[in-house]
Design a protein around this ligand. Sequence first.
Ligand code: SF4
Length: 294
Amino acid sequence: MSTSQEPSPAGPPRSLSPSRASDFMQCPLLYRFRVIDRLPEKPSEAATRGTLVHAVLERLFDAPAGERTPPRAKSLIPAQWDRLLESRPELGGLFEGDVDGGRLARWLGEAEALVERWFSLEDPTRLEPAEREMFVETELESGLRLRGVIDRVDVAPTGEVRIVDYKTGKAPRPEYSEGALFQMKFYALVVWRLRDVVPRRLQLVYLGSGDVLTYDPVPADLERVERKLLALWEAIQQATESGDWRPRPTKLCGWCDHQAVCPEFGGTPPVYPLSISPAGPSEDGQGRMGLDQM
Ligand code: SF4
């Protein structure tokens, strides 16, 4: 599940989560808008459906193993949607104007289909997760703090650890799977540092397409991720001090909520809320560092 770090408003970044690390790799300016300016973003039906499905899959494990059936899981959807609306009332705006409730009903039906598909990929009657929605945080020797929320951790009687993440979208094509695995290796590194155990398996469960992607990491993989995160963090710190956050336009701009304040779309970013170091903007420009190639 995607997660977010929570720096105080208009404060410098203090830690890194997989989603924010991906933001910076995608577009440094997007990272700034989300982490430093904390600009609001409109909730989307797809992301909210993902949150709802995650909540249902988590809560299903409250039931005894034999009762973790598709009807039971689907019956949890209305109550979990109510809980979500209670904690984030702005989500109600997603279905504004939906007078006959048809759009909401269709959306809930899509959530049901995703929950149902899960049963063709995993058998919850045979699983007893050690952790669900586990918040993890660790500090590397360099002082960089890593944090995030792991959907599910399974621990075998032999002590082997499996990290599982649910995705409500479709599995990426093989040539793009490295990006999806980055988040899992990030979590594996955190678990390794916290528990001194390299997870045996990383498992991505794609409910949108009905695929399961697995990867068995070795220490060298996680050391590589650690080096990459340290380089990323250094670039983030340089940008924080210089105020030089470059836009990096890609086709993903189509999903960005901040086009109105993005120079690539004729906008002007808000006044930078942090003080800028006397050295001024770096000539290197983190936007050209090719972090995705590291
Ligand atoms: S519109 Fe594109 S370039 Fe501009 S901030 Fe968003 S992701 Fe970056």
